[in-house]
Design a protein around this ligand. Structure first.
Ligand code: GLP
Length: 260
């Protein structure tokens, strides 16, 4: 696992954006279409701003890029102001030359009897695109990746899940009121995420320090689904100093113990 620690989320995001630009250019030279897994939440906003800037000012093209978002709130239609579909369009897709048919976000407004089919089709679309080259992730305070809450196994696939009370409480900032926060979501599984050829996880701020330490220094367990990333061959962490503080201290301690 590679750890990249930066002074600010902007510096970290710019570094990851340069990595994405070089993936896009490498694929172009190889005549392939890059497949990128995308996340929502506040964490990737600076990354998306930088990608938009690179598109506008440096001509970085997304015409050949295929994207798959991690998740969507259950019960929200695409045009709902808080849907992840809308979030992604407002913060990224509407400002790029990406083709609409190359954008994938799980549908939140499906009938219960269509859920299994929707989830299977989402998995099939990822497979048809050749799998994910780079999966972008944030991390929830419960240790979730996508909406894989504690208890989600390493082999889980795209499905309908119940949101943890901590996650719902964190979403009040977006929805204004707990009763407005959906209770369920569609999310790709931990197994789906772990099949990505490379993974970049971002975390900012002291409020993420405990979960970052648990996920990357603690035991690999479904109590903290992000800990499954420890077993993936190509994971890069992009952290700011406050988010990395406990992890860095824990690494130092482990290092001393192994020397004694
Ligand atoms: C959200 C998303 C996750 C995201 C996480 C952290 O609910 N489903 O993909 O990584 O929770 O959110 P934030 O970036 O706002 O801290």
């Amino acid at each position: 696992m590679d750890f990249h620690i930066f002074q600010t989320p902007e510096e970290a995001s710019h570094s990851l954006a340069r990595g994405i630009a070089s993936l896009i250019k490498r694929c172009e030279v190889a005549g392939k279409r890059p497949v990128i897994g995308l996340a929502t939440g506040r964490t990737p906003l600076a990354l998306y701003r930088e990608l938009v800037r690179m598109h506008r000012e440096e001509g970085l093209s997304f015409r050949n890029v295929i994207t798959f978002n991690l998740d969507e709130y259950h019960g929200l239609g695409r045009e709902h102001p808080k849907s992840y579909w809308r979030f992604m369009h407002e913060n990224l897709f509407d400002h790029l030359d990406i083709l609409p048919e190359n954008i994938h976000v799980p549908r939140g407004d499906i009938e219960p009897e269509d859920t299994v089919r929707e989830c299977q089709e989402y998995e099939a679309a990822i497979a048809d695109a050749g799998g994910i080259d780079l999966q972008i992730l944030g991390i929830g305070r419960t240790g979730h990746i996508g909406f894989n809450e504690p208890g989600s196994g390493a082999h889980t696939r795209t499905r309908l899940v119940e949101l943890d009370p901590v996650t719902r409480a964190d979403a009040v900032a977006d929805f204004g009121d707990l009763s407005a926060v959906p209770e369920m979501a569609l999310t790709v599984g931990c197994g789906t995420i772990l099949e990505a050829r490379s993974i970049a996880l971002m975390a900012w701020g002291a409020s993420k320090a405990t979960v970052v330490e648990k996920a990357f220094l603690g035991p690999v367990s479904d109590d903290v689904p992000a800990s499954f990333l420890q077993d993936h061959p190509s994971v890069s962490l992009y952290l700011d100093e406050p988010a990395a503080e406990l992890l860095a201290a824990g690494c130092e301690e482990k290092h001393h113990l192994s020397k004694d």
